[in-house]
Design a protein around this ligand. Structure first.
Ligand SMILES: C[S@@+](CC[C@H](N)C(=O)[O-])C[C@H]1O[C@@H](n2cnc3c(N)ncnc32)[C@H](O)[C@@H]1O
Length: 257
């Protein structure tokens, strides 16, 4: 059993999420840049960038992007993809834990997409990560994140899920068994990946991901404590909508004050 986003999971991440529309998400990010920044951002920090799902398309759209992630496997993948696209000058990737973020640069915007902050489960760490991100933003800089929304997690409740993804001659079957801890506001998800080539089992990966869900006032408190103003909470990819107890993925948009 390895920790989250290790070599095994990292290898199959892009295959598992090939249905995720990163281009559409980047369209939405650009809409938010336009709505909440005076100028088009020059330099963007992708905090918890994974395999570069947002960083690479944003670099292709002309932004300069720095992506950081704690997982070596995910960063290795991101670098390979950027090199393949000839983007070396526009996007950089570093293995770095957000709790120790230190880039010595100031960014116009920071994105933290696909529940990255939900992987920061301890209060002290969350406060530290937000302080670190704030330190890397210019005053007025934009912070965009999405997360598991507590009211919905407790209403819908996590259930056993099976996802099947196919590509590169492989079939990946992922089983997810969740264990909710309502005192810690976390869900421990036990993942098991079976990788098949035809009928042959060629790989098996097990990982446990501990994911924290946040409540609106809790998140507002952490953001305000660390020098942000919360501008908006909305359902993921629905900038006009209101989160409800049925909205599992919610976005927070905040400004560095
Ligand atoms: C669900 S993935 C999202 C990746 C990417 N943002 C995307 O949209 O595809 C969560 C990512 O957060 C990273 N992560 C979790 N905790 C982290 C930490 N403390 N510091 C840096 N990265 C972290 C993981 O390694 C993983 O790549």
């Amino acid at each position: 059993m390895s920790s989250a986003f290790g070599r095994g999971y990292g290898r199959y991440y892009d295959l598992l999420y090939q249905d995720k529309d990163y281009e559409a998400e980047c369209d939405m990010l650009e809409e938010l840049f336009q709505a909440y920044l005076d100028e088009r951002p020059e330099l963007i920090l992708d905090a918890g960038c994974g395999t570069g799902g947002h960083a690479i398309p944003l670099a292709k759209r002309g932004y300069r992007v720095v992506g950081v992630d704690a997982s070596e496997a995910m960063i290795a993948r991101a670098r390979e993809k950027a090199a393949r696209e000839g983007l070396e000058g526009r996007v950089e990737f570093y293995v770095m834990d957000l709790r120790e973020l230190a880039l010595n640069r100031t960014f116009d915007a920071c994105i933290c997409m696909f529940a990255v902050l939900s992987y920061i489960t301890e209060n002290r760490d969350l406060a530290q990560v937000l302080a670190n991100i704030r330190e890397h933003l210019r005053p007025g800089g934009l912070f965009i994140m999405d997360f598991w929304y507590g009211p919905a997690v407790l209403t819908i409740r996590p259930s056993v899920r099976v996802k099947v993804a196919e590509g590169e001659g492989l079939r990946v079957v992922r089983f997810a068994h969740p264990h909710l801890d309502t005192l810690r506001h976390t869900c421990e998800v036990h993942y098991r990946l079976l990788v098949l080539r035809g009928r042959e089992l060629v790989d098996e990966v097990k990982e446990v991901h501990v994911v924290r869900y946040f409540f609106p006032q809790e998140l507002r408190h952490y953001l305000e404590e660390r020098g942000f103003r919360l501008l908006k909470l909305c359902p993921f990819m629905d900038l006009e909508g209101e989160p409800s107890e049925h909205t599992w993925n919610v976005m927070a948009i905040a400004k560095a004050v």
